[in-house]
Design a protein around this ligand. Structure first.
Ligand SMILES: [Zn+2]
Ligand SMILES: [Zn+2]
Length: 105
């Protein structure tokens, strides 16, 4: 589990993808006091912490909340973002999962 830097919350651009409305599915909560964003999967919480609560350098990060996949090249990020554009919000989690396991780089 990544360790959040105290007081650090980076602003991320892009639309926020609404997570599940069902509170029982929100098993993972961001430990950062001012954030407390709930996540359905631990993987998504880790990604969230890595993307906005750490100083980890990432050149190109997917701005979609819950994704935050890192890319070393803008081309790769652009290609990846296209798959978000084609997806309904309800399919977001499944899609993120598929993307995560796909060898994009
Ligand atoms: Zn957070
Ligand atoms: Zn993404």
């Amino acid at each position: 589990m990544p360790v959040p830097v105290p007081g650090l919350t980076k602003k991320i651009r892009g639309r926020l993808i609404p997570l599940s409305d069902d509170p029982s599915r929100r098993k993972w909560e961001c430990p950062v006091e001012d954030c407390k964003r709930p996540f359905v999967r631990q993987e998504h919480l880790k990604r969230h912490i890595n993307s906005i609560h750490t100083n980890k350098k990432c050149e190109f990060m997917c701005p979609v909340e819950g994704c935050g996949k890192l890319f070393s090249r803008m081309d790769n990020l652009k290609m990846h973002k296209r798959s978000h554009d084609n997806a309904d919000d309800s399919d977001q989690l499944l899609l993120a999962e598929l993307i995560r396991t796909a060898p994009l780089i």
